[in-house]
Design a protein around this ligand. Structure first.
Ligand SMILES: [Ca+2]
Length: 126
């Protein structure tokens, strides 16, 4: 999956109503849509209240909080437009890492399942 597609998927999770499927990402419009308080910045509670956030796994939500803090360059507890873009880039990485982990876990389980009958037969011969 290319970064661009992943970015759009991430936006779809948080903002399913307005994510642009094709064309350029209109960051200002996305920020504006998420900006419940209409102050031109994104607060953490606005991320938490965005559609899809509550459905994310706990570790991903925790990662998003860390990403929010990391993106908040000037430590004013809100994200301006450039910080908002950085936040999204970080959330993309979190989701991609998690996808990789899930694939790796599934692969390991499969290998363990394949190995299990062999171990069983070895034990029964002893
Ligand atoms: Ca800030």
């Amino acid at each position: 999956m290319c970064l661009r597609t992943s970015s759009i998927l991430m936006l779809s999770i948080l903002l399913p109503c307005c994510s642009p499927v094709w064309g350029e990402v209109d960051w200002a419009a996305l920020l504006d849509n998420m900006d419940l308080s209409r102050d031109g910045t994104i607060h953490w509670h606005e991320v938490k209240h965005s559609m899809g956030f509550k459905g994310l796994p706990k570790d991903v939500r925790k990662g998003f909080k860390e990403a929010f803090n990391a993106a908040d360059i000037n430590n004013d507890h809100v994200l301006a437009l450039e910080e908002f873009k950085a936040f999204y880039a970080r959330t993309e990485m979190i989701v991609q890492d998690r996808d990789r982990q899930l694939v790796e876990q599934a692969r390991q389980r499969l290998q363990e399942r394949k190995a299990a009958p062999l171990e069983g037969s070895v034990k029964s011969e002893l």
